[in-house]
Design a protein around this ligand. Structure first.
Ligand SMILES: [Zn+2]
Length: 137
């Protein structure tokens, strides 16, 4: 049987690259650094078209709660699907300053991402290899 993903993982480990990356990740953590994900947008509740500060025309369900003129100049009526959020009740807003959120990815997941290793393939190949070994004995 072939184990292409396990073979790739072994080659990366034997090259010493995995250890070097692991050392860097450990060092960063020891120094108190946190790896973050950069956010350039955020999700807000939709206020609907024609809304000003403190007013809203979009209900939480993405339907208009009053008659309103949209940005497109068209007239929309109470109960219509909101033309701003298209019925989701949420809009994506560009941030003027990026935000940094600590990543939830583990060091192992970061390593797998970096080296392009698929943990599901690794696990499947390990199981297949074990099954093949067991059937031989
Ligand atoms: Zn809306």
């Amino acid at each position: 049987m072939t184990t292409p993903e396990l073979d790739r993982q072994s080659a990366i480990i034997e090259s010493g690259k995995a250890e070097a990356v692991q050392d860097l990740l450990d060092w960063l953590e020891e120094q108190g650094y946190t790896i973050c994900e950069t956010q350039t947008t955020r999700t807000d509740f939709c206020n609907g078209p024609g809304s000003s500060l403190g007013t809203t025309s979009c209900g939480m369900d993405g339907k208009l709660i009053r008659d309103i003129t949209g940005r497109d100049g068209k007239r929309y009526y109470k109960g219509d699907t909101c033309p701003e959020c298209h019925g989701t009740g949420e809009v994506t807003v560009d941030l003027t300053e990026p935000r940094y959120m600590p990543t939830f990815k583990t060091k192992q997941a970061l390593m797998e991402d970096h080296f392009g290793i698929d943990p599901k393939k690794i696990e499947a190949e390990r199981r297949a290899l074990l099954a093949a070994l067991r059937s031989q004995s």
